[in-house]
Ligand binder design. Structure first.
Ligand code: ADP
Ligand code: MG
Length: 700
């Protein structure tokens, strides 16, 4: 363990503002700062000097390589390492790194998903430095955060549309701020604090489970006698092995400038959570990717495996990621924080309404932004927010909105009817019922918490949709208000109209209740897309294409390619699971059942040889039962095989994903049901897989 203090260690592997200030000349520093803060174009001379300083700093830290670090649409980060070495005339080498090396790279894009964007003859893609996210050193390699595009400029990654969405929101939010007389703010950025859930199991157990190895989750496994029913794990005492892992992880994250803050046990046994302090969305996104990677590496050092799959264990809570999101100005004003003056309050309500309108108008985009094969196991199951998107505001804020909508007195405001921009918004306490964990999108005092994200999702997807949708609401508001004769009346009317038009999305009750599903879909007309193949094609709905292209977050070609890529990712993931299941059924599960049947049959023969009249009821019953279950597994495996080839035979990706959802997954569920029941009868000795109990309680 390191002996350095936390402040000494914090950010030591990051080329952050402190380093820049120390190693760059004043001119170069100011020029780079302008690029970082205001998106100003970077001079090539400046880039050259930054590159040299970055190289010297990296070499002083023992780095030998550099890489453009980017986030292709596979969902994981990509890096191709180049060493700094260049041959020198004397036969030796020098360590070189130019401005061009820093600004642009040319990885071969042909092995990354492009969804048909890139013509096959043009296999090159390029990576472009994102100076707003600091470079860092990992494994002796200088990592430069970059965007990844095709040669014709289409985004092939998650960072590019995220940055575009932040710019779109910035532009529209500044228009609104001007209307409220705020001329100081130079830019508005969105911030995110992602809470990350994960499971830890021992490497020993992991090695015995081909399903976890190939797919990240268990495809078989009968329920353990003890699961999470005692509620004794949540916030419980952290086990020593886990604590050692967490300590080591924190240090690694701190060195990378990640503000790892809170750690605790989660609801399920072996489940934990780590939350950093929030930062600008772009940085939070990069750091969350990095965090997921470091978690797995540190776990390996401790003889553990960190599972980031959304549903590693059936019947036990899955893992999500809570995306705490807010908007604030460079002058430090959180636009989702109620203010002290009438004007500030009206401004707060307008931004709040912008979010309400955005979430209602673009429910489908928020839903599909979190859709993956893994997350389909959580959303809608009785543990995670439902697949229906709704907003929790808490009773008090809801009462205030009701009063505004109906021009009725609000009890908290001395029974006065409130006129926005004139009256002070009644002070309201942060609603304690925000512990209502059943809401997918909850207002928590000065931020919204979007809870539908899966634990392995990049947060980029959810945030680009959220930013774009809010930018659209703000644009509509700004267009109307800029032309208004009487600003205050127009403002009041618009807030009222938003509440009236969009109150169907507001719901403070229990999102897990069946009655809510009925009300949401049948009475309120909210969408309820249960699976990835159900929702993904809606990315191309006319209203969505119109909005996303109008704000320049995506081009139409990019959107088309993304639907294909996301559905391909879905199909590939499920097909890997299906093939793993097929192999395990035939080569592990059926032989295990047979092995135990043989043992029992042998026992019957042996017993009868000694005492011919014994009944052998136990052996007879179990053999009959297991024989029946084995037939079911066998028949299920044959069905699954047929379903896999039928899906593979579909000509387009939408049909393939629907066939997988309807047939492959059904066949998988049938096999699992029979196999899990068989597990409860077969002796431990014959069963080749560690049980749920072994897995969930493996870490001491
Ligand atoms: P909890 O949800 O457990 O009550 P908090 O609400 O304090 O915890 O914080 C959860 C996450 O929200 C943390 O990552 C925190 O940094 C982040 N957060 C707090 N304030 C904001 C904000 N204004 N914008 C975005 N994220 C925030
Ligand atoms: Mg929270």
């Amino acid at each position: 363990m390191e002996t350095k203090s936390v402040p000494e260690m914090f950010g030591e592997n990051v080329f952050d503002d402190r380093v820049m200030r120390a190693v760059l000349s004043e001119d170069v520093y100011q020029s780079l700062r302008k690029t970082i803060d205001e998106g100003a174009k970077l001079d090539t001379k400046v880039a050259e000097q930054v590159a040299t300083a970055m190289r010297d700093w990296a070499l002083s830290k023992g780095a030998t390589h550099f890489t453009h670090w980017f986030q292709p649409l596979t969902g994981v980060t990509a890096e191709k390492h180049d060493s700094f070495i260049e041959p020198s005339p004397d036969g030796g080498v020098i360590m070189a790194f130019s401005g061009k090396n820093l600004i642009q790279g040319e990885p071969d894009a042909s092995s990354f998903p492009t969804g048909g964007i890139r013509a096959t003859f043009e296999a090159r893609g390029y990576t472009a430095w994102d100076p707003t996210s600091y470079a860092f050193i990992k494994d002796k390699t200088l990592c430069i955060p970059t965007a990844f595009c095709s040669y014709t400029g289409e985004a092939l990654d998650k960072k590019t549309p995220l940055l575009r969405s932040m710019e779109a929101l910035n532009k529209q939010a500044l228009r609104i701020l001007k209307l409220f007389g705020n001329e100081d703010a130079k830019y508005v950025h969105t911030s995110v604090g992602p809470e990350q859930e994960y499971f830890l199991i021992t490497k020993e157990m992991y090695d015995k489970r081909p399903d976890i190895k190939y797919t990240g989750r268990t495809l078989f496994g009968a329920k353990a006698p003890k699961g999470q029913e005692m509620d004794d794990h949540y916030f419980g005492v952290i086990k020593p092995k886990v604590q050692e892992f967490m300590n080591d992880l924190n240090q690694e994250l701190w060195k990378l400038g990640i503000l790892a803050k809170t750690e605790h046990n989660e609801v399920a046994p072996a489940q934990h959570e780590l939350a950093p302090i929030y930062s600008s969305t772009n940085i939070a996104t990069d750091q969350n990717q990095l965090m997921m990677e470091i978690m797995q590496k540190v776990a390996a050092r401790h003889g553990l495996v960190c599972l980031l799959h959304e549903k590693p264990f059936a019947g036990v809570n899955g893992s999500g990621k809570h995306n705490n999101w807010s908007m604030s100005t460079d002058t430090g004003i959180n636009l989702l924080s109620p203010g002290a003056t009438p004007y500030e309050n009206a401004q707060f309500l307008l931004f709040l309404c912008a979010v309400i309108k955005a979430v209602d108008d673009y429910q489908d985009l928020l839903r599909l932004a979190v859709a993956t094969a893994g997350n389909d196991h959580r959303l809608g199951a009785n543990e995670a927010p439902p697949a229906i998107i709704s907003i929790f505001l808490g009773d008090e804020l809801t009462a205030i909105l009701d009063a505004i909508e109906n021009d009725t007195p609000y009890a908290g405001a001395e029974k006065k009817i409130m006129k926005l921009g004139v009256d002070v918004l009644p002070r309201f306490a942060r609603d304690t019922t925000d512990r209502n964990r059943t809401s997918p999108f909850a207002f928590t005092g000065n931020k919204f918490e979007f809870r539908s994200l899966g634990s392995s999702n990049s947060i980029a997807c959810a945030n680009m949709m959220l930013n774009a949708a809010v930018a659209e609401s703000l644009k509509i508001y700004a267009d109307r208000l800029e032309g208004a004769e009487d600003f205050e009346t127009a403002l009041h009317d618009m807030i009222k109209k938003t509440i009236k038009d969009h109150k169907r999305i507001l719901f403070n009750g229990n999102g897990y209740d069946d009655a809510w599903v009925k009300e949401a879909t049948e009475v309120r007309g909210l969408s309820n897309y249960k699976t990835t193949p159900d929702c993904m094609p809606h990315l191309l709905d006319e209203k969505n294409v119109k909005m996303l292209t109008a704000h320049k977050v995506f081009t139409e070609a990019e959107l088309k390619s993304r639907v294909d890529i996301m559905l391909e990712n879905y199909s590939k993931s499920v097909l890997i699971e299906a093939n793993t299941m097929l192999e395990m059924s035939r080569r592990m599960i059926l032989p295990a059942i047979e092995c135990y049947e043989n043992k029992l049959a042998g026992a019957v023969a042996a017993k009868k040889a000694v005492a011919p009249s014994v009944a052998c009821a136990y052996e007879g019953d179990i053999i009959a039962k297991l024989s029946d279950l084995a037939d079911k597994v066998y028949a299920g495996a044959n069905e699954l095989e047929k379903a896999i080839s039928a899906a593979n035979g579909e000509s387009d990706i939408i049909a393939e994903s629907l066939s997988i959802k309807d047939n492959v997954i059904t066949a998988m569920n049938d096999i699992r049901k029979a196999a899990d029941e068989a597990e409860t009868y077969v002796s431990k000795e014959c069963w080749p897989l560690p049980s749920y109990g072994d897995l969930l309680f493996s870490v001491k």
